[in-house]
Every structure is written in structure tokens, then in C-alpha cells.
Design a protein around this ligand. Structure first.
Ligand SMILES: Nc1ncnc2c1ncn2[C@@H]1O[C@H](COP(=O)(O)OP(=O)(O)OP(=O)(O)O)[C@@H](O)[C@H]1O
Ligand SMILES: [Mg+2]
Length: 243
């Protein structure tokens, strides 16, 4: 008889894991006091799984995404993403990981102001060493998919908030990452545009079997986008349920 394992343990074989965080802790020093952004958090996410991360402001959601995307380092604990141990990665491998393995949609877009929409979407492909014609074509397609064919040469300050968000989404998907980390990806869109962008995003994820971790305050978006909901409170996972 195999041992009985609680369902809450999320028993996914290690080879099928896209994300595995163990004992993840992140503290910040602020004016002599210590802020515990994440407290010994454990999380396992299977390949192709879609997870929504919910939690009130300050609960550690963006901190967690930044650590999983290799943008920041934990105070303690380990992270594996797509089979790679982030802690053990050399700088060149880490740069490639950020470009090719993960796509990130940030809460604050992080577009480059001096570049056009088309150039912003091209950037990850430039760093990945793709030829100019191929990357132009792919960037155009990616922008067309988010409904921005007529804004290719606009710079971010010539775009609305929702349009900037859509450029950021196109940029995050353009290298076809295996893991997409999205922080409030439709937070600045009206409900109709949000739904269109989300439908496009989900189609892309399904076609490419992309793993998704999406942070949102919107329970409807969580239900629509993710089969699994993880709730954070004070840097810890407090509950998990199916959506
Ligand atoms: N660089 C920093 N220095 C000090 N404290 C920080 C820093 N970054 C985040 N924090 C603190 O860590 C905690 C978690 O922040 P985080 O940005 O992860 O929250 P969040 O869940 O994404 O919130 P929101 O929903 O508002 O985006 C907060 O209390 C925040 O003030
Ligand atoms: Mg945040």
C-alpha cells in the first residue's frame, strides 16, 4: 500500500515541477527594524499549472515573484525553476534564465521610456541574440495579438496606461517563456479590454504549455485564469484551494 499523503501537500513528481521553493525567507532592513516580507514559505507548482496568488497589500506577493524570476535573492531558502537551482546559477546562466525561461509582467510595467512600443518588445530578443528581421516580425505579431498594431512607434509616454500594460504583456511573451510571472497583468485595463487581453494571454499559455503564476486582487480574474488559488498573509501561505 502506498503511504497516504494529504492532498494539501500537492504531490507532484520533482521532474514535473516548474517551480519549487523551500523555506523561502526574505527580510528587509528598514531604519533599524527588520521587515519579514516572506517567512519560510514552501511552494510547489507543476509544469503547465496555473496558479493565482492572492493576498492583501504588503503580504509579499511581488517579493515572491521577484525571487522566482531571479531578480532578487532570498535571505534564506532555495528556489528551483524549470529544473534549475537559482542559487547555483552563474551570472551568464542567470541572464539567460531571465531572458528565455521566465517572462515577467511587472506591476509598474517597467518599459523603457526612450524606446518605441515595437523596440520595447524587441528588446528581450536582442539580448537573446535573434536577428533583426525575425525579431521585428515577431515583435509586430506580439503587439498585434494584444491589439496594438497601430501603436508600434509610440513611446510609453505616448500610450495610455492600458496600452503600456499590453506592450509589457507582449514583451513578456515574445521569447515564449516556460514560466510566466504576472503581477496584476490587467490591473489598469477596463473590464472589456482586460477580458480580451486575458483571453489572448490564456490562449498563448495553453498553446505553449506555459506555467503561470499570476498576482491579482481580482477574484474573478483568479477564477478565470487559474485552477489553483494560493493565499498569502504576512509572507506565509495561509490557504490553498481549487478555483
Ligand atoms: N526594498 C524594500 N525595502 C524594505 N521593505 C520592502 C522592500 N520591498 C518590499 N518591502 C516590504 O515587504 C513587504 C512585502 O512587499 P510586497 O511588495 O511583496 O507586497 P505585495 O503583496 O506585492 O503588495 P501590493 O499588493 O501592495 O503590491 C511590504 O511590507 C513592503 O513594505
Ligand atoms: Mg505587489
Amino acid at each position: 500500500m502506498p503511504p497516504i499523503v494529504p492532498i494539501s501537500e500537492h504531490t507532484i513528481k520533482t521532474s514535473e515541477l516548474a517551480v519549487e521553493a523551500r523555506g523561502l525567507t526574505k527580510t528587509y532592513d528598514a531604519g533599524g527594524s527588520t521587515i519579514w516580507a516572506l517567512r519560510s514559505l514552501d511552494l510547489r507548482i507543476g509544469r503547465g499549472e496555473r496558479v493565482a496568488l492572492l493576498g492583501k497589500s504588503g503580504s509579499g506577493k511581488s517579493t515572491l515573484l521577484n525571487l522566482l524570476g531571479g531578480l532578487d535573492q532570498p535571505t534564506s531558502g532555495t528556489i528551483r525553476v524549470a529544473g534549475a537551482d537559482l542559487h547555483a546559477m552563474r551570472p551568464d546562466a542567470m541572464a539567460r534564465f531571465r531572458l528565455e525561461t521566465v517572462g515577467m509582467i511587472f506591476q509598474a510595467y517597467n518599459l523603457i521610456d526612450s524606446r518605441t512600443a515595437l523596440e520595447n518588445v524587441e528588446l528581450p530578443m536582442i539580448f537573446a541574440g535573434r536577428g533583426k528581421r525575425a525579431r521585428r516580425a515577431r515583435a509586430r505579431d506580439a503587439l498585434a495579438e494584444v491589439g496594438l498594431s497601430d501603436r508600434l512607434s509610440h513611446r510609453p509616454n505616448q500610450l495610455s496606461g492600458g496600452e503600456r500594460q499590453r506592450v509589457a504583456i507582449a514583451r513578456a511573451l515574445v521569447n515564449r517563456p516556460s514560466v510566466l510571472l504576472a503581477d496584476e497583468p490587467t490591473g489598469n485595463l477596463d473590464s472589456t479590454t482586460a477580458r480580451e487581453v486575458l483571453d489572448h494571454l490564456l490562449d498563448h499559455l495553453t498553446q505553449n504549455k506555459t506555467t503561470l503564476i499570476v498576482v491579482t486582487h481580482d477574484k474573478d480574474l483568479a477564477d478565470l485564469a487559474a485552477a489553483r488559488i494560493v493565499r498569502l498573509h504576512d509572507g506565509q501561505i495561509v490557504s490553498e484551494d481549487e478555483s
